[in-house]
Design a protein. Structure first.
Length: 355
């Protein structure tokens, strides 16, 4: 048995097999169940515990209630060669997004760039979980997402929630490991606030604002009437920057796909843009590699300030954590493991052993 302060460790393959079996029992076809399970476990491997297996019981509930479609195909809304738009019909987000990445990569190999926009996807889990295949193939990838039916972030200067935490993920090949960014355009994700609220804990910093515009560490204010909001990146002083980034995400997703905040809510859903860029189609692959190598060397060679041993590029820590957890076992908190075990019992699936 292996335990630490965070919980117990489980083999990633065992967790994936368990999750896949649970989704199949709930009604997802095997290929879709496999994609959803793999993306959730990858989220935990990368350390994004709010977007990993903690989502499994919520996804099961959505399947059982009909909120997540289990059959059918995305509908082509528009196809102009390098650009493709789907109506996802609330199909599983991880299954749709994995297919969208493959499609965008295929188009980038032909046109230099490939983009797939998706309206009405179901929830997609951890955006960082989709970057590695494209980056490993030598591409750059941008992934943006909003939930047009959810409002939790006020525009800078306002107190009424309009946007959501609107994440951005970006990946690029680099020497000694890729650059991988996975960030919210707000000070916290909705899942992060929900985790603190569920535990009944105050936030470590005033990342929220109540309905009167006062900073707060109380996650419960998100559900008050009128509601509080998550602050955009930059907070009360420089939140115009996070608000601007959030608007960019909205324009690239809900607006670009044609189904955003002008429409009635679709329940738990997502509007997504996947953009794949082939560096060979621009300055050339070798020139790109040379420039990235110089950029990385300059960043890593920067003299550090007090409290820092070295400069770390975005994604380095998450990738190191992924490697460790794939080798030694994925850490699940007692709460997440408990929910997994409860659903395993309910659906008659064996719970993975602690490693």
């Amino acid at each position: 048995m292996s335990r630490n302060e965070a919980g117990a460790r489980y083999r990633a393959d065992d967790l994936e097999a368990c999750a896949r079996a649970l989704f199949e029992r709930a009604g997802l076809p095997p290929d879709r169940a496999a994609d959803v399970a793999a993306v959730l476990v990858e989220g935990d491997c990368l350390g994004k515990s709010t977007h990993g297996l903690t989502l499994l019981p919520l996804y099961l509930r959505e399947i059982e209630a009909g909120g997540m479609a289990v059959s059918g195909e995305p509908k082509v809304v528009n196809d102009l060669g390098a650009c493709l738009t789907w109506d996802g019909h609330k199909l599983p987000g991880p299954w749709l997004l994995r297919r969208a990445v493959e499609e965008a990569m295929a188009r980038a190999s032909r046109f230099g760039m490939g983009a797939v926009a998706i309206q009405r996807s179901h929830h997609t889990a951890c955006l960082g979980a989709y970057l590695k295949p494209a980056v490993d193939a030598g591409y750059m990838m941008l992934l943006t997402l909003t939930d047009p039916g959810h409002r939790s972030v006020a525009p800078f200067g306002g107190v009424t929630p309009v946007l959501t935490s609107n994440p951005i993920a970006f990946g690029a090949p680099a020497p000694n490991g890729p650059i991988m960014v996975d960030m919210s355009t707000a000070l916290m994700t909705n899942g992060g606030v929900a985790a603190y609220r569920q535990r009944g804990e105050a936030l470590p910093h005033p990342f929220l604002m109540d309905h009167l515009g006062r900073p707060s560490t109380d996650p419960a204010i998100i559900a008050t009437d009128p509601p509080g909001t998550i602050l955009p990146l930059g907070g009360l002083e420089a939140g115009h920057k996070g608000f601007s980034l959030g608007l960019i995400v909205e324009l690239l997703t809900g607006c670009l796909t044609g189904r955003g905040r002008a429409d009635a809510g679709d329940g738990w859903s997502a509007a997504v843009l996947v953009l794949i860029i082939d560096p060979a189609a621009f300055g050339g692959a070798e020139a790109f590699r040379r420039q990235v190598e110089a950029l990385v060397a300059l960043c890593e060679g920067s003299q550090t300030r007090r409290g820092f041993e070295r400069v770390e590029l975005p994604g380095a820590r998450a990738l190191a954590r992924r490697e460790t957890q794939l080798r030694d076992g994925v850490v699940l908190s007692d709460a997440i493991a408990g929910c997994l075990a409860e659903n395993a019992r309910r659906l008659g699936v064996p719970m993975p052993a602690i490693c």
